[in-house]
Write a new protein. Structure first.
Lengths: 186, 186
DNA sequence: TTTAAATGAGCGAACGCTCACTTACCTTTG
DNA sequence: CAAAGGTAAGTGAGCGTTCGCTCATTTAAA
């Protein structure tokens, strides 16, 4: 209950609107109870953040084969991430909220341990097979994944900054993916 | 002084670390002085946000010709934005901080008024000349600009999530831009 | 003498957090 | 097999501090 309400509060009211006393009231427990499970407020957010991030990462690599073709592998990753969003929209928005806060740096450090290997192998394979242009990691990441996250962001806020309503669907995802694949193919 | 210190505080300590009393002390004025110029805390952040965003938008369209070729036009926009970052890194980071807070929605509403026309014409021209694939606005935006913002984000945090150090340079920018142009060309 | 700008003390409310205490359930005992 | 004791979980009042914000007053320029 504490977990769930904490996520809801951060998503709905932002990090500043989130407080321990208020969380206690929302979860129907005493403030003291929260401190049985979490060292302090920072620890609470850190634990929620790492737990969710780990599950996001694990899910995004589900049924992912580092030896698959680049187009197939990237598509699998995109769809996995999208599916995670559909199943856990609040968790994704929670991560979005804390991603730009000062809490996130440690969370990322906690995550990146097992991450590099899997992704490194996949990219290395793709380059060797001439399915992917050799690129600095940052360039590759910016082109391969940033568009997808932008789509999720549009979807989350329900509209674009021009005021247009927006809701994500398979056709839009795959259309964007095709453009990205075209950009990255030699 | 209030403006400058407010920006510094939000960038360095995040939105939660930012408070009126602390800002007053940092700026060397009384808390009451702040309320002469700003209605309340929300108004302060809103005014800073809109001011900066407006200057960012204006600068990104500097010397921009909606009738230029798509490749040239997009390059101009990218470079303008990059240049704004180099000149005003704190302001950009400030916007990043509040972009995911609950303050930003109104700011965006304030901005999007004059924005749609200029951009609309540019994109329309490019499609007519067959320099750009016709796309839903969200797909276009996600592919055309999200990679650039991701590069800025990497630069801002000084490293990627794999721990690698990263600093933005012209070669990286133009390399990424080339990939994006390739994706969007018919 | 007027007026706008700035001040510092301090308000009530909310903050993160603690502690002495109760509750509920399990184990050990005579 | 009830009584006693132990343990982990949870409580509510409330602490010291900081929050956003105000107001009677002072300062300085017009």
């Amino acid at each position: 209950m504490i977990r769930q309400k904490a996520i809801e509060m951060v998503v709905k009211q932002g990090l500043d609107g989130f407080g321990v006393n208020r969380l206690a009231k929302a979860a129907g427990v005493s403030p003291a109870t929260i401190y049985i499970y979490y060292k302090d407020k920072e620890d609470l957010i850190f634990q929620l953040g790492t737990d969710i991030s780990k599950r996001m990462l694990a899910d995004s690599l589900q049924d992912f084969d580092p030896d698959a073709s680049f187009a197939e592998g990237l598509k699998k990753q995109w769809l996995n991430r999208m599916q995670f969003y559909l199943k856990h929209p609040l968790e994704v928005q929670f991560i979005e909220q804390i991603r730009y806060s000062n809490y996130y740096e440690e969370i990322q450090a906690e995550l990146s341990k097992g991450f590099r290997e899997v992704m490194g192998k996949f990219v290395h394979n793709a380059i060797e097979r001439k399915e992917l242009i050799p690129l600095p990691f940052e360039v590759y990441w910016s082109v391969a994944y940033a568009p997808m996250y932008q789509l999720i962001k549009f979807h989350n806020q329900g509209k674009t900054f021009t005021g247009r309503k927006f809701s994500l669907n398979d056709k839009t995802i795959l259309q964007t993916l095709q453009l990205v694949l075209k950009a990255l193919k030699p």
